[in-house]
Each structure stands twice: as C-alpha cells, then as structure tokens.
Write a protein that binds this ligand. Sequence first.
Ligand code: SF4
Ligand code: MG
Length: 298
Amino acid sequence: MADTAAQPIYLEDRIRKIEESGRLKHRSKALPTWCPGCGYYAMTEGVTLAVERLNIAPKDTVIVSGIGCASRFPFFMNAYGFHTLHGRTLPVATGVKIANDRLTVLVVGGDGDGFAIGGGHIPHAARRNIDITYLLFDNGIYGLTKGQTSPTSVVGFETKTTPYENRDVPLNPLMMLLSYGASWVGQAYAGHPHFLADMITDAIAHKGFSYLHIMSPCVTFDKTTNTYQNLGMKVRPMPDDHDPSDRMAAMALASEIDRPAEGLLYREDRPTLSDNLDAIIREAGGTPPPHRQPAAAE
Ligand code: SF4
Ligand code: MG
C-alpha cells in the first residue's frame, strides 16, 4: 500500500528552492518579521524590483535605516546595510555617498524616525541635493513601540498616548519637502504595490535628492484611521494636467490631504552635492575623483 502520510515541509528546503530559482538575487536569507499585511512588504518587493530593473548590483547598493519597524529592512536585502541610530539616517547616508558616490544609497524609515527625532536632518539633505533616495513609510503611528501618536497622526486619533484623542495638528511631509528644496518629490501607496515599484524606480533613477512619501497602513496598531480600506477610498491618481516642474502646483496638491494624489509631484534638475564639491575642488586647484572627470566618464 502506498505511503499517503503527509511529508514534513522544511523551511530550509523552501528557501533553497527559491534561491535556486534566481528570483531573490537582491533578497537575503532572512525572512521579514513584520506583521502579516504590513505595508512594508510592498517596500521589500518594490525595492527588489527597482534595483533589478535599474540593473544595480547588490555590491553597489547601500540601504541605511534608523529605528522603527521599517528599520529592519536592510536585514532582509542582499545589499550593504547600515542600521543606524534613531533619526540619524540622513547624516549617515550623506557620509556614505560622499565617500563613494558610485554607490546607490537608499534611506528607509517611518514617520516617527524621520519627522520627530530625525526632523532636523531632512531640510539639509534636501537643500544640498545629495544624490540619495529617501523612502519614507508614513503610517501615522509608532508601530515598533506598540501604537503611540506620531508627528503625522491625524487630529482625533485615539492611541495609547492619546486616550482622549490626539489634538495636535499633523505635519504635512510633502509640503515640508517641497519647501526644503527637494529636487524630486513623489507619493505612493503600499496598497498599490506595482505603482509603488514604479515610483521607487523613478526615485532611484533621479540624479539628486529624491523623497518618496509612501502611505503605509500599520495593520496591528491602527484599526480605525490609516487602514487599507480608508486609504483605498481616499487615494487618487495624479491629475493629468499636473505639471511636475511647477513647485507651487505641487504644493497645492500636497495641501489636499483628504484626497492624496499618487505620483510625481515635483522634479527639477540641478547640481548635486557631489557636483558642487567637485566645483569647489577645481576652483581650489585640485582634481575631482577620476570617475567624476569628463574624460574618464564610464
Ligand atoms: Fe507593520 Fe505596524 Fe506590525 Fe510594525 S507594528 S510591522 S508597522 S503592522
Ligand atoms: Mg510610523
């Protein structure tokens, strides 16, 4: 009689088969530990697709994170990773990029990490136009510490720290980045993972500081506000007549917080921090690094 008993399934065997398929060149062996349904899974897929499309090798990719649920991300990718201090992603990423600007540097973080303790660093990375990509996952709550209000929590939000409802007006990150001088500002939604992957690709491809604001539900600690159901009803496509070279038009769109538009709000081309440092080196009689000299262009 045939043996019909169920065979055990070993995780290691599953991982080996996935690795052999070649699909996970950019992923590490560590499996994500986020809550099932968290918006950060879309980040993992989006970044994986983006670096694959742009043909960026793992050895040329650096992912910098701070503290928070999003900050676990470098562990799940096959790339150089730097899990830094709370709110200090951008200074570290700036140092990495200045030291070797052939690297693709991605910064990932949440609303608490970026706009509370880390808020003072964002304007300077943006105005200097350092050529890095900042992926900010905004769920309007502190998830890692189990559900407190954050700088982007809406008025009326009831959490463990606001049992009588939040009374503080939330920050508007898109307005902030537009006024700080970011040269690429976009918005996406974790519930639309294919579009998110497209936006991450465009953000990385931009030469200069790119800021992608990603609406991303915390399914465990927010059951009432930034849920997939609520965000899915609010999010709308970018209006066809929006001109992304018009900063004031971008600000007008950013102010419509009840109808967030997905897509590119603003883009401009201007010298990056490395370009400006090279100009200073030349003016002082020095020579920029070989890979940034026109004659040695790759
Ligand atoms: Fe995601 Fe919230 Fe879980 Fe953190 S606590 S992993 S943000 S769902
Ligand atoms: Mg958060």
